[in-house]
Design a protein around this ligand. Structure first.
Ligand code: SF4
Length: 179
C-alpha cells in the first residue's frame, strides 16, 4: 500500500513524536488530528494538546483541533465506568475517537487515517486494530492504516525524543477512571 499523506490521530506528544519523525523520514507528511474528549480534567487536556501543538508547529505540520466534549464522552462509555483498562470501556473510547478521525479524514479528503494510540505498551494492539477497522467501515472511502508502531526502534526513539524536547509525560491514560 503506497501512503503519501494521512490524517494522524494523536493522543499526546510522547506517543506521537517518534511516529511523526518516522513518517517524515519516509516521505509521508501527516496532518495531525487532536481529538481526545476522554481526557480529564480540562487542564490536563489543554496541557497534552499544547504539547502536541508545539511539536506540530516545530515541524511545520498542520494540526486540526477536534472538539472537547467530555460530557458526551461520558455518555458514550456509560455503564462501562468500572471496567479495567484494556476492557470494554477502552474499546468504546477507541471507537469514539477513531470514528471521529475517520469522519474528519473523509471531510478533508484523506484516504487513510492512523493513530498514535497504539504506540503505548499499556494499550491493546488488538483492540486498537479492531476499533480502527470498525471506524473505517462506518465511513465510505477511508481505510485504517493498521501499522505496529512499537517495532523498528520507535519505542527507543520515543524515550530519546521525550528527553530532547522536554515533553510533559503524563502518568495516567487520560480519563478519570484511569487516574
Ligand atoms: S483508560 Fe484510557 S483508553 Fe481506557 S477509557 Fe480511559 S482514557 Fe480511554
Amino acid at each position: 500500500m503506497k501512503i503519501e499523506n494521512i490524517l494522524l490521530h494523536t493522543c499526546c506528544a510522547p506517543c506521537s513524536a517518534a511516529i511523526i519523525e518516522w513518517l517524515l523520514a519516509n516521505g509521508i507528511r501527516p496532518t495531525i488530528f487532536y481529538f481526545n474528549p476522554n481526557i480529564f480534567p480540562l487542564a490536563e487536556y489543554e496541557k497534552r494538546k499544547s504539547e502536541c501543538t508545539r511539536y506540530a508547529h516545530l515541524l511545520g505540520l498542520e494540526i486540526i483541533d477536534g472538539d472537547y466534549d467530555h460530557a458526551q464522552w461520558l455518555k458514550g462509555i456509560c455503564g462501562l465506568e468500572e471496567q479495567p483498562e484494556r476492557g470494554e470501556r477502552c474499546m468504546q473510547c477507541f471507537k469514539m475517537r477513531l470514528l471521529a478521525t475517520a469522519k474528519c479524514a473523509r471531510l478533508r479528503g484523506f484516504k487513510q487515517f492512523a493513530t498514535t494510540l497504539a504506540s503505548s505498551r499499556w494499550k491493546s494492539l488488538e483492540q486498537l486494530s479492531q476499533a480502527g477497522q470498525w471506524a473505517a467501515a462506518q465511513v465510505d472511502g477511508v481505510t485504517f492504516w493498521d501499522k505496529n508502531w512499537r517495532k523498528g526502534g520507535l519505542s527507543e526513539r520515543r524515550k530519546i525524543l521525550i528527553q530532547e524536547h522536554g515533553f510533559y509525560n503524563q502518568s495516567y491514560c487520560g480519563c478519570e477512571f484511569s487516574q
